[in-house]
Design a protein around this ligand. Structure first.
Ligand code: AMP
Ligand code: GLY
Length: 431
C-alpha cells in the first residue's frame, strides 16, 4: 500500500516509524515531514493545511491511504476532499471534527449521549458571561469556544480572574475569532488521562491511554504547552475505568454522531478527568495526542496499517489490537523560549548516540536538515526522547539516558516526566 501521512511533528514521526514496519507498506510519504521523518518516509514540501495540494499529490501518486496527523486539516475538510477524490482517509469529516473544533458542539453531543462531563453554559455576550460567573462563584473554568491552539482555557480560582479571562477572550479577542463565544464550565478535580479509541463510524475499539504533562516547568509550573512528555500505560487508569469510559463516553458518542449524519471515523481522543465520582470528559480531540502517540506506537504490537484501513472500511471489529507488555515514556526537548517564541536554527548533536541506546528511540518534532547535513531546531517542541521498558521506571531511566546523550545546549526538557507514576506519593509531583 502507498501511504501519505499529513503533518510534521513528533506524532507524525511516530506514525511513520510504525507504518514503515508494516509488511503491507510499499511506499510512504509525509507532508511536510521533518528531518527524522525523512529517515523512514519521503518528505514532500506541502503544508498540512494545503488541502488542494495534498489531494492532488495523493491522486497523482495513487495513494491508497491518507493519514491525518493534526486536527487543523481535518477541521477544514481534508477527509471530505479525499472522499470526493476517491481517496481513503484515516480521520473524520469536517462535520465530525467539530468534536474538537467547537467546544459547545462537543458539550451538546456529550449531553445528548449522556456522557459524564462538567456542567456548562455558553455565552456570546461578555456582560452576560460575567454576570453568570458572579452567580456561580469560583473555582470556575472559562473557555474560548473555537480552536485556540490549546491556549483558550482558563481555570479561574476567583471570580475576578474569571471576569478578566472573559474580557480578554471576548472583548480583547486574544485568541481571535475563537473567542466570539465562551463556555463557562464547572471546575472538576482529579488526575487527567488521555484515552484513545479507534472508530470506524459504527464500532469503537480502545486504543490505549497515556498521561501527558502539559505545563512547561517541573512540578507542573509555568504556562501550558502542547505537552512536554507522556507515559503509558498509566497505572491509575484501571481496566474497569476503561470499560466505563467506553460504555459511557465513547460508544454513546459514536452512536450520537452517526445519528446526526456525521459518523466519526478516525481516532477519538478523550481528555478525561478521573474525578472522585469516576472518569468524566474534559474534551474530545479528533486525532492522536502529541506526545501521547509516541508512547502508543512504541507499545503497539499490532501492525498499524491494517487497523487504519479497517477504520476507513467499517471493519474494525475484524482486526484485533495487541499491545506489548511494556511501558513507554517520552520526554520532549523544546527550544529555549518555548512556549513563547522559540529560538530557531540551533544545531543538535548526539542524536545517533541517543538512538543507539538499547530500547531508546528518538522522535523528531520541530527539526530540519541544514544544507551541510546538520540537524537544526525549527520549532517549539523539537525532539521526543522515548524508550520502552519492562516497567515505567526502566522506561523512564532509559528515556532520560537518551536525553543525556543529546548535545543541544539551546534545548531544555522537564526533569520529572513520569515521576509521579514511579516515585512514592510524597516525592511525586503534579498531583
Ligand atoms: P481543554 O483544552 O478543554 O482540554 O482544557 C485544557 C486544560 O484545562 C485541561 O487539560 C484541564 O487541565 C483544564 N480544564 C479544562 N476544563 C476543565 C474543567 N471543567 N475543570 C477543571 N479543569 C479543566
Ligand atoms: N498532548 C495533548 C494533545 O495532543 O492535545
Amino acid at each position: 500500500m502507498r501511504v501519505l501521512v499529513v503533518g510534521g511533528g513528533g506524532r507524525e514521526h511516530a506514525l511513520c516509524w510504525k507504518l514503515a514496519q508494516s509488511p503491507l507498506l510499499t511506499a510512504l510519504w509525509c507532508a511536510p515531514g521533518n528531518a527524522g521523518i525523512a529517515e523512514v518516509a519521503r518528505c514532500v514540501p506541502i503544508g498540512a493545511t494545503d488541502i488542494p495540494a495534498l489531494v492532488a499529490f495523493a491522486v497523482e501518486q495513487r495513494i491508497d491511504l491518507v493519514v491525518a496527523g493534526p486536527e487543523a486539516p481535518l477541521t477544514i475538510g481534508l477527509a471530505d476532499a479525499c472522499a470526493a477524490a476517491g481517496l481513503r482517509c484515516f480521520g473524520p469529516s469536517a462535520a465530525a471534527a467539530q468534536l474538537e473544533g467547537s467546544k459547545s458542539f462537543m458539550k451538546q453531543v456529550a449531553d445528548a449521549a449522556g456522557a459524564p462531563t462538567a456542567a456548562w453554559a455558553r455565552f456570546s455576550d461578555s456582560a452576560l458571561a460575567r454576570a453568570y460567573v458572579r452567580t456561580t462563584g469560583a473555582p470556575i473554568v472559562v473557555k474560548a469556544d473555537g480552536l485556540a491552539a490549546g491556549k483558550g482555557v482558563v481555570v479561574a480560582s476567583s471570580v475576578e480572574e474569571a471576569e478578566a479571562a472573559i474580557a480578554e477572550i471576548m472583548d480583547d479577542r486574544i485568541h481571535g475569532a475563537a473567542g466570539a463565544e465562551v463556555i463557562i464550565e464547572e471546575c472538576m478535580t482529579g488526575p487527567e488521562i488521555s484515552f484513545f479509541a479507534l472508530c470506524d463510524g459504527v464500532t469503537a475499539v480502545p486504543f490505549g491511554a497515556a498521561q501527558d504533562h502539559k505545563r512547561v516547568g517541573d512540578g507542573d509550573t509555568g504556562p501550558n504547552t502542547g505537552g512536554m512528555g507522556a507515559y503509558g500505560p498509566p497505572p491509575i487508569f484501571t481496566a474497569a475505568m476503561q470499560a466505563e469510559v467506553m460504555a459511557r463516553c465513547i460508544t454513546p458518542v459514536l452512536a450520537d454522531m452517526a445519528a446526526r449524519g456525521a459518523p466519526f471515523r478516525g481516532v477519538l481522543f478523550a481528555g478525561l478527568m478521573l474525578t472522585p465520582t469516576g472518569p468524566r470528559l474534559l474534551e474530545f480531540n479528533v486525532r492522536f495526542g502529541d506526545p501521547e502517540c509516541q508512547v502508543l506506537m512504541l507499545r503497539l504490537e499490532s501492525d498499524l496499517l491494517p487497523l487504519l484501513v479497517a477504520a476507513c472500511e467499517t471493519r474494525l471489529h475484524e482486526v484485533p489490537v495487541v499491545w506489548r507488555d511494556e511501558s513507554a515514556v517520552v520526554v520532549v526537548m523544546a527550544a529555549e523560549g518555548y512556549p513563547g517564541t522559540p529560538r530557531r536554527g540551533t544545531v543538535i548533536r548526539g542524536l545517533e548516540a541517543a538512538d543507539a541506546i538499547p530500547r531508546a528511540k528518538v522522535f523528531h518534532a520541530g527539526t530540519a536538515l541544514r544544507a551541510d547535513g546538520a540537524v537544526i531546531a525549527e520549532g517549539g517542541r523539537v525532539l521526543g526522547l522515548a524508550a520502552t521498558g519492562t516497567d515505567l521506571r526502566h522506561a523512564r531511566d532509559t528515556a532520560y539516558a537518551a536525553v543525556a546523550a543529546v548535545d543541544w545546549p539551546e534545548g531544555f526538557c522537564r526533569g520529572d516526566i513520569a515521576a509521579r507514576a514511579v516515585m512514592p506519593p510524597t516525592a511525586a509531583t503534579g498531583e
